[in-house]
Write a protein that binds this ligand. Structure first.
Ligand SMILES: CC(C)(COP(=O)(O)OP(=O)(O)OC[C@H]1O[C@@H](n2cnc3c(N)ncnc32)[C@H](O)[C@@H]1OP(=O)(O)O)[C@@H](O)C(=O)NCCC(=O)NCCS
Length: 189
């Protein structure tokens, strides 16, 4: 059974994963949600205006009232900048399974932050929430995302053709990945 704990703060070597706040709206817009280099790898389109981001932040903050809502802003300890987001979602109480997704601002790509955040959240899901399995999917033309899944011990389970159609009306094949709690625990003894 999943033990929900809400969005508890998580600290890693270089990052703090924390709840988002209204004051973060500008950074969220500037750093990743308005950037097509980021949104091209996600389902939803880049935000054109701050008001879209503000609405989203309001929804996230409302979510924090529920203890099955796990949505972290990724803060860089050294500069205190909010550089991205990561969340656990689609909790299924009948299986104990859930999904993970994440995005980082382009400026911070390829410096190990994605791997560091994903590793911390996978550990949180298994060690603190007793999740049974964590899954994720990425477009096959976004190999960096698959690479970080692999680095935290997830396994690729297959490729689903034309799984999504993005905001530019392009179909994308998606690679699906997963990691079981028992495998995670075996490998992290
Ligand atoms: C996916 C994402 C979170 C990765 O974060 P990151 O901080 O850049 O990841 P890391 O630096 O920890 O690791 C990136 C890895 O991908 C590799 N990589 C980068 N570009 C690559 C490419 N085109 N092909 C293959 N590998 C690539 C890097 O070499 C690195 O692997 P290594 O450590 O073995 O060298 C970030 O690119 C991002 O936010 N992308 C846009 C949004 C997105 O894709 N979200 C996920 C949707 S499923």
């Amino acid at each position: 059974m999943i033990t929900y704990a809400g969005t508890l703060e998580i600290e890693t070597d270089r990052l703090i994963l924390r709840k988002m706040d209204h004051e973060d709206t500008q950074s969220i817009f500037d750093h990743w949600l308005s950037d097509e280099r980021v949104s091209d790898n996600r389902v939803s389109a880049a935000h054109k205006s701050m008001s879209e981001t503000a609405e989203r932040v309001v929804r996230i903050i409302k979510g924090y009232y529920k203890n099955d809502f796990c949505y972290w802003g990724i803060e860089l300890k050294s500069t205190k900048e909010l550089i991205g987001e990561i969340d656990l979602y689609d909790f299924d109480n009948s299986t104990g399974n859930c999904e993970v997704s994440y995005s980082l601002g382009y400026r911070w790509w390829n410096q190990g932050y994605g791997t560091e955040a994903l590793r911390a959240v996978v550990d949180f899901g298994f060690s603190h929430m007793n999740v049974h399995k964590i899954s994720a999917a990425h477009n096959t033309d976004n190999p960096a995302s698959g690479r970080i899944m692999s680095k935290v011990g997830m396994q690729q389970e297959g490729i689903i053709r034309d799984k999504i159609r993005n905001s530019k009306n392009q179909y994308k094949d998606c690679a699906v990945w997963g990691i079981l709690q028992e495998d995670y625990q075996k490998n992290n003894l």
